[in-house]
Write a protein that binds this ligand. Structure first.
Ligand code: NAD
Length: 369
């Protein structure tokens, strides 16, 4: 097992050529284990509110730099997400670099668990893109710093359904702010990615009689959703340019960028995907300039972390606590939208400021004893 710990600043400098900068991470650790071909990075952004909780992503990256950029952005988003959702956890994230012939075997997942364990509880892992609760069962053989184990094993299970519920509530808040009532009936909503979250989200939207358009690059996922819901399937890569009330990115990040935003024909963007904005500052402003209401991803998709946090905050899975906390997201979304309008700031700036304010208030108490 090889662990390389990098000072946060060194990692940032290393990617400076890629035009991104992320300050403020507490710890970034590279992990390598040759026998299982495991190569992972854990980024711990902020633990002021509690241990850094965030999922494990298994993805093929263009290069190591791209993986680092992803984990840095994702972990920072987790800090904001938990802070704005009022949870007592911090922000972290892990990525395993998917390479040819590398699968999530039991041996690899156990090794990853050893790595998580070596961080002494500062980082708590959970599922994310391409990992699920059954993978967590393997990781748990080497560490107890884990969330989202199956409910039958005393965990909180797959958070995706609750993530979808939070996104659905965020959509309702966005519509309420725009037209005064929060019904989604008759609204044209496009869901990009019908994986773990999109699958549940589409069902909620169909139950409320929205007109739902879906797209996915995986035919099996499309088959699964069309088997249970009446939706229109559109070609991948075209959804964002349809005339929609709401465009919901629920696949991977960066679908909102300087090329796609001018092509958007929707009134609102509310989705589950993390890091929807390719460039946080300029793309949030671009959406504002185009008159498109945007609810920041880390707010709209906070239902998942609320679900996972019940395992840490409340012991065994507490469904009513999760529901109550998730439903508060509706009011938080409305609050962000109102404050953004009043200050002429982007919703991203406002939501981040609310999260940072909470963290700062705790930091100052700690600092002043
Ligand atoms: P998933 O892997 O189950 O689903 C993603 C889906 O997107 C897959 O079906 C995939 O085929 C599809 N996809 C990938 N690229 C695409 C493209 N270019 N066009 C159309 N479809 C494409 O992942 P998930 O758990 O549903 O998560 C979706 C997003 O939401 C991710 O960004 C994730 O980080 C975020 N998120 C998930 C949760 C959760 O509880 N699962 C919580 C918070 C945030």
């Amino acid at each position: 097992m090889k662990i390389i710990e990098q000072p946060a600043q060194a990692a940032v400098d290393r990617c400076a050529g890629n035009h991104f900068y992320f300050g403020g991470h507490e710890q970034i650790v590279y992990f390598q284990h040759e026998p299982t071909a495991l190569q992972a990075i854990v980024a711990i952004h902020d633990t002021t509110l509690g241990p850094a909780l965030g999922g494990l992503r298994f993805l093929e990256y263009e290069n190591e730099s791209a993986a680092l950029k992803d984990v840095l952005r994702l972990s920072r988003g987790m800090t904001y997400k938990s802070a704005i959702a009022g949870l007592d956890v911090g922000g972290g994230k892990a990525v395993i670099l998917k390479k040819k012939g590398v699968a999530l075997t039991e041996a690899l997942l156990r090794k990853f668990g050893t790595f998580v364990d070596s961080l002494g509880g500062k980082y708590i892992t959970a599922p994310d893109v391409n990992t699920h609760v059954n993978h967590m069962v393997q990781v748990a053989k080497s560490t107890r710093h884990i969330a989202c184990l199956p409910i039958a094993l005393g965990g909180s299970g797959d958070p995706s359904e609750n993530t979808a519920y939070g996104v659905y509530l965020a959509m309702k808040a966005a519509v309420k702010k725009t037209v005064g009532t929060d019904s989604l009936a008759g609204k044209k909503i496009g869901v990009e990615g019908v994986g773990k979250v999109g699958y549940f989200l589409v069902q909620l939207l169909c139950q409320e009689k929205a007109f739902v358009y879906v797209t996915d690059i995986c035919p099996k996922r499309l088959e699964a959703i069309t088997a249970v819901c009446k939706v229109e399937v559109v070609v991948a890569g075209t959804l964002h340019s349809l005339p929609l009330d709401i465009y919901a990115p629920c696949a991977l990040g960066a679908t909102l960028n300087s090329k796609t935003i001018p092509k958007l024909r929707c009134a609102m963007v509310v989705g589950a995907a993390n890091n929807q904005l390719a460039c946080e500052e300029s793309d949030a402003k671009l959406l504002l300039e185009h008159g498109i209401l945007y609810l920041p991803d880390f707010l709209a998709n906070a239902g998942g972390i609320i679900n996972a946090a019940t395992e840490l905050e409340k012991g065994p899975f507490n469904k009513s606590w999760v529901k109550e906390r998730t439903e508060q997201l509706y009011d938080t979304c409305l609050d962000v939208l109102h404050r953004a309008e009043a200050s002429n700031c982007s919703t991203k700036e406002v939501a981040q400021a609310i999260a940072q304010e909470r963290i700062q208030s705790i930091k100052s108490i700690c600092h002043n004893g």
